[in-house]
Design a protein. Structure first.
Length: 200
């Protein structure tokens, strides 16, 4: 079983490949093009090239893809950006489905499953990069001359986090559903049923 985490966006696609007993493999793909269609074609071509080298013909693969729309809040991201991200996600996910099972996980679910926590003053990307560096000794962290992390570092860290979450789900250690939400729905249904009986 091979688990591959994909952090898909229009600017960069972070990748983390995990095989049992082997170090995680990291990569980042930068879609090229001046139009959405050109970027989609570039992304598919580069993903295909990556898979042809990273995956053996007889290996069973599960692709864990971040559901890009799951982590956005209205007012912070334009509709055009949301549509562009959703389109790239759909194109890459469709292509990945030809080589294995595709599982989409919203960012909030990934955070819950992995237990990701933010330190004072951290944003989510900083927290994920910190966790990846502390958990994976060979994580390919690089900085620019200005002291910022190099392009693609946060994308690979996000891909690693998805791989962590996906691994827990596939091992039966976690579920994609929220138990609290389910319990809340059941309690709400019970209260509604009780109110109906009272009215009678």
């Amino acid at each position: 079983m091979v688990i591959i985490g994909w952090d898909v966006s229009t600017a960069a696609i972070g990748v983390c490949v995990r095989r049992e007993g082997e170090p995680d493999q990291f990569s980042v793909i930068f879609p090229k093009g001046s139009t959405h269609l050109e970027k989609h074609r570039s992304a598919v071509k580069q993903v295909e090239a990556f898979l042809s080298e990273a995956i053996k013909p007889d290996e069973k693969v599960t692709h864990i893809v971040e559901e890009r729309l799951g982590g956005f809040t209205g007012g912070f991201t334009s509709k055009q950006t949301l549509m562009a991200l959703a389109a790239m996600n759909a194109v890459v996910s469709h292509f990945l489905s030809h080589s294995g099972t595709v599982v989409h996980i919203p960012p909030i679910t990934t955070k819950r499953i992995t237990g990701l926590t933010l330190l004072d003053g951290e944003d989510k990307k900083q927290a994920v990069v910190r966790l990846a560096r502390s958990s994976v000794p060979h994580f390919p962290y690089k900085e620019t001359k200005f002291g910022n992390w190099a392009e693609g570092v946060d994308d690979m860290a996000d891909a690693w986090l998805l791989t962590e979450a996906g691994s827990k789900v596939l091992r039966g250690e976690a579920t994609l559903g929220s138990s609290k939400k389910a319990a809340g729905s059941k309690n709400k249904a019970r209260r509604a049923k009780g109110n109906r009986k009272t009215k009678k």
